[in-house]
Design a protein around this ligand. Sequence first.
Ligand code: GLP
Length: 263
Amino acid sequence: MDVLIRPTAGAAVKVAAALIDETLRRKPEAVLGLATGRTMEALYAELVRRHREEGLDFSRAGSFNLDEYVGLSGENVNSYRYYMNFHLFDHVNIDKRRTRVPDGMTADEAEEGARYEEEIRLAGGIDLQLLGIGRDGHVGFNEPLSSLASRTRSVSLTPETMAQNQPLFDRPEEMPRRALTMGVGTILEARRLLMLVTGEEKAEILAAAVEGPVSAMVSASALQLHPDAVVVADEAAAARLKTAGYCRWMFENDPRWARFRAL
Ligand code: GLP
């Protein structure tokens, strides 16, 4: 795993955006795995800026989002489909027919999970999967105890996740208690993983995910099993890493990261 530590959240976002930019320029028809959450808002703003000012082209790209709330339609402002349109899709030249989010209104959640998996397979798999991390260590909505081999399915959210995301709802009691999410096994099949983590409230869980044991208790720890996983963190989120000194040295000296140093 490569852990890239940048001084500020803004600088971390720039590196993450540059990695996505590089993927699209190398392979314009790339299939991106996308994530939601507060952390990603600045990243999508930077991708929109690169589209407008630097010609970053999404016209041949496709996407699959990690997750969606059960019971919310795409018109609901709290749905992840709405979030994606609002923060990214409405502002870049992506063909919306190639943007996929699990269907939160499905009548058959198990069937929707299987259908989503099949759609990913038919699209040729995911080239770059973007990930955030929940305070309980989840990626997507893979709450503690999610099997490291899990596939797209519906899950019950933990009280911690309910508390974390309820402030985003106008009426907190309207937050669904379940969600459809790609499984940890689904995520691990992406060709590259890119996790963006900012803020001191993520410091403890990031250390557990990156340096702790691989465990279903912290689904983000599954990144340790992936041959090409990149974590971009700001100093605040990296504060509890025992390996922070090594990671900073690696970023400054490894030629693979040379073009990202000046960002
Ligand atoms: C939600 C999403 C996760 C995301 C997490 C972090 O729970 N399902 O994919 O990683 O939020 O959110 P934030 O960036 O707001 O801390």
